[in-house]
Design a protein around this ligand. Structure first.
Ligand code: 3PG
Ligand code: MG
Length: 379
């Protein structure tokens, strides 16, 4: 676990050009026929760094990826709407076109990375949420020019590592989401660090199956059955004791549906599927959350985008928000749930990085942080 990231505080940047890698991968929508940024949180987050550099006399050029255009120019993914919003919030900062219009970005091509720092004197990585990607704009500049970690990236890393290394106890982790394969490494680390790990969402059914319970046609991953059983054997993992769902073939999704929701209890029958934790599980999870002094939450408890199956996620979100504990929420879906229930401001720390915060907790490091530590080009 490493905190020793280089900073830009004592650089003399007057009259120099600074490249800042940001993550302005931000929601946009057509409004009055024009693509417009609908959530500028990530842009606003970068303003303190931009302002400080401009005040110190630097010229600032920013770069970001936006969506997944797969190495080709694609008008749907131009940064133009993001650039417009940035200019409104902070005139004087240039923004390069989408890094992922070039195939060299995702292939971590050295020549592409080098082209980004032509005429540039310094590089700052202020893109925590992209620092799990071994992409050229993250990996190459620190080899070529003096480089530093931006203030938000530093705050995010030290906050997550502090929670993990020195939590106030009880430390309750809540893990959800659809795919058990994506989250098992994370759960393994949390079983070592936390006192209790609450598991919900689609990933929980493989744990339930390992207890010999029936799960009908709910999400299931046979290749991870034994490991789920082993994790339950640690005595730290709590999985749902009951489930709510529908018969196979019933409509499910953001548009909802007419079929009545069934309370299955502990076992989902054949030809039925679970989509949310049940009422007894809600009670158990809320009790664990209420006793916690540190809470880490990543992933929803069910298919909350269907209003019938947002009950478990909303109950967890409300319990988390009401808790006086130190609370860290990461992952796009859990943050979206907090937003949906208007609870964001009640949580101590909302991580900007879903994948990046999972990987930092799982591996204790990220490629982009390693690149900054190993860069070693003198300022
Ligand atoms: C995100 O929004 O999760 C980050 O910007 C990373 O985007 P990516 O998953 O397309 O690399
Ligand atoms: Mg993502």
């Amino acid at each position: 676990m490493r905190y020793d990231l280089p900073t830009s505080d004592d650089w003399d940047v007057r009259g120099r050009r600074v490249l800042v890698r940001v993550d302005f991968n931000t929601p946009v929508a057509a409004i009055d026929g024009r693509l417009t940024v609908t959530d500028d949180f990530r842009i606003r987050s970068a303003l303190p760094l931009f302002t400080s550099l401009l005040d110190r006399g630097a010229s600032v050029v920013a770069c970001t990826h936006f969506g997944r255009p797969k190495g080709r120019v694609d008008d749907r993914f131009t940064v133009e709407p993001i650039r417009r919003r940035l200019n409104e919030l902070c005139p004087g900062v240039e923004l390069m076109e989408n890094l992922r219009f070039h195939p060299g970005e995702e292939s971590n091509d050295h020549a592409f990375g080098a082209s980004l720092v032509e005429g540039v004197d310094f590089y700052i990585n202020e893109a925590f949420s992209a620092s799990h990607r071994e992409h050229a704009s993250i990996m190459v500049p620190p080899m070529l020019v003096p480089s530093a970690a931006g203030p938000n990236l530093r705050r995010e890393v030290s906050f997550l590592l502090d929670v993990l290394n020195d939590p106030k106890r009880p430390f309750v982790a809540i893990v959800g989401g659809a795919k058990v394969a994506d989250k098992l490494g994370f759960v393994r680390v949390l079983v070592d660090r936390a006192d209790v790990v609450l598991v919900g969402g689609g990933m929980a059914y493989t744990f339930e199956a390992s207890q010999g319970r029936t799960i009908g046609s709910s999400l299931f991953d046979a290749t991870h059955l034994d490991e789920c059983g082993a994790l339950l054997g640690t005595g730290k993992v709590r999985v749902p004791v009951d489930t709510r769902g529908l018969p196979d073939g019933a409509a499910v999704g953001p548009q909802g549906g007419d079929d009545p929701v069934i309370d299955f209890g502990a076992n989902v029958p054949d030809d039925h599927e679970g989509f949310d934790i049940g009422p007894r599980t809600v009670e158990l999870f809320v009790d664990e959350i209420a006793a916690a002094r540190t809470i880490l939450w990543n992933g929803p408890m069910g298919m909350f985008e269907d209003p019938r199956f947002g009950v478990g996620t909303e109950a967890v979100a409300r319990a988390v928000a009401a808790s006086p504990a130190l609370v860290v929420v990461g992952g796009g879906d859990s943050v979206a749930a907090l937003q949906q229930f208007n609870l964001v401001s009640q949580v101590s720390f909302v991580s900007t990085g879903g994948g990046a915060s999972l990987e930092l907790i799982e591996y204790g490091d990220l490629p982009g942080l390693r690149a900054l530590r190993e860069g070693m080009v003198a300022a």
